[in-house]
Write a protein that binds this ligand. Structure first.
Ligand SMILES: [Mg+2]
Length: 472
């Protein structure tokens, strides 16, 4: 094998043992939420605020369950038009609704033109950034209840008529929903017991998050052995985050990390060079610190100084870092793009829809020696409850990674080609994508996982197997 060939081969595999440091996001990564409870808590907080503070129609204060099939990860809101879009890999509109109501294909062409291109798709493809006055995408579970509220209000505004004022109304509505999201999630709300969300979790955290299994805890300790480093980088503020950590790991949670960073403001943590701040005993942010200490707890910060810290404790000039997260635009894209870290994406939808195990029995999937993980093909994981599956999967929008476009070229090597926007981003910005930490913690550190390749729509990096929505 010549050198080039050898590099290509090692480049196509991901092995945890090859890394010096392992970083973790908290929410929906180390902390697996009880999704149904947390969705409902957020939706109640958001809808109560909109009705009580901004006088919106009280019909939006319904049980979220009623719209569970409308909930889908990755949808994009065209704010000005009140339309909700499912985008394809090139940014084209695969499907759209106005509020919760379908839009006919003729109407869709009228609005977006024959190529069905959303005018902001290029920006979304390029930046994977959510800060815009024109659109908003809903790629994390905290935001999604805001989309349901928006869609319901669009329905109600339309019902009430007055098409001339609608344009203004949609923009205004979205601005009020942003205020509702802020009211729900602003970090001060934890301390001040406001907004409904944090007070609900504070009262009974076990009702909202799962405990980490002993397998995951043992695995974290194993990762930290042999001069390697394990760290936490979460955008949650320390008061809320430490309550979660105590609930999921236990009182000794600090011993699992060489350093813990809170309120990291990802993705800005990877782009803006903000200093690390000291946190005092009352969890208040204090002055900037220059020198990061082992076992320290800090707020804000940036990836460059963190890497210096990691270099010092691992004794490696250029430590190789891998980061685990659930959020494509805040965890995977920036850590890979700006910090050149390897990334592992956790995708709960994989557990919800099921996936194939590579046990050699399925055509097109030879056994690549991957440890088989206790479940047969298409079986759902026990980590996701049947009620959660109802919220995670949607008939209305179809799968997150695939949209049926009746194209014969859409099948390759026994797998459908991922043709949604988020599918293409996952293949580009994660090395591998797995359903949970639980899965990866059960695989030996020396295991070589096949990575996603640069080939468009490829599904090679999904482990332990291809999600069932991608199987023909
Ligand atoms: Mg997260």
């Amino acid at each position: 094998m010549d050198k080039q060939e050898q590099t290509a081969r090692t480049d196509s595999y991901f092995c945890l043992k090859d890394y010096d440091a392992y970083g973790f996001d908290l929410d929906h990564t180390l902390a697996k939420y009880k999704l149904v409870n947390v969705f409902n808590l957020s939706y109640d907080s958001i809808s109560n605020y909109l009705v009580n503070e901004h006088g919106y129609d009280a019909r939006i204060q319904h049980d979220l369950h009623k719209y569970k099939d409308f909930i889908a990860k990755g949808l994009v809101l065209d704010i000005e038009r009140g339309n909700i879009l499912k985008l394809g890999a090139q940014g084209e509109i695969l499907m759209a609704k106005h509020g919760t109501k379908p839009i006919s294909s003729d109407k869709l062409i009228d609005i977006y033109g024959g190529d069905l291109m959303f005018e902001h798709s290029k920006t979304i493809l390029k930046t994977v950034k959510n800060s815009s006055k024109d659109y908003r995408f809903f790629e994390n579970y905290f935001d999604i209840p805001g989309l349901v509220a928006m869609a319901r209000i669009v329905d109600i505004l339309d019902e009430k008529g007055g098409s001339d004022s609608k344009k203004h109304s949609y923009l205004e509505t979205w601005s009020d929903i942003m205020k509702a999201l802020m009211n729900c999630y602003t970090y001060e709300a934890f301390r001040m017991d406001t907004g409904g969300f944090f007070p609900g979790i504070k009262k009974n955290p076990e009702n909202y998050v799962e405990k980490c299994s002993d397998d995951v805890k043992t695995w974290l300790k194993e990762l930290k052995g042999n001069n390697k480093s394990v760290f936490l980088v979460t955008s949650s503020y320390i008061d809320f985050a430490s309550l979660l950590l105590e609930t999921i790991i236990g009182k000794d949670w600090k011993s699992y990390f060489d350093i813990s960073v809170f309120r990291a403001r990802k993705p800005a943590f990877f782009t803006d060079g903000h200093p690390f701040l000291r946190i005092d005993d009352n969890n208040i942010e204090k002055e900037p610190v220059q020198d990061l200490k082992k076992d320290g707890l800090y707020s804000q910060g940036n990836h460059k100084e963190l890497e210096t810290f990691i270099a010092n404790i691992t004794n490696k000039k250029h430590p190789k870092v891998v980061y685990f997260g659930d959020n494509i635009c805040a965890d995977c894209f920036p850590s890979k793009n700006y910090a050149d870290w390897a990334t592992v994406l956790l995708l709960e939808e994989m557990d919800a829809e099921g996936y194939l195990c590579s046990d050699g029995t399925v055509p097109g999937h030879e056994n690549d020696g991957e440890p088989s993980k206790k479940r047969s093909k298409f079986e759902h994981s026990s980590l996701v409850t049947p009620e959660e599956i109802e919220y995670l999967l949607t008939e209305e929008w179809g799968p997150f990674l695939y949209h049926d476009v009746k194209d014969e070229k859409s099948i390759n090597n026994g797998s459908r080609i991922m043709n949604t926007f988020w599918g293409s981003v996952i293949a580009k910005y994660s090395c591998i994508t797995v359903p949970s930490l639980e899965y990866i913690a059960g695989v030996p550190l020396s295991h070589k996982f096949q990575k996603f390749t640069t080939e468009e729509g490829n599904t090679k990096g999904f482990h332990p197997g291809i999600p069932s929505s991608l199987l023909p």
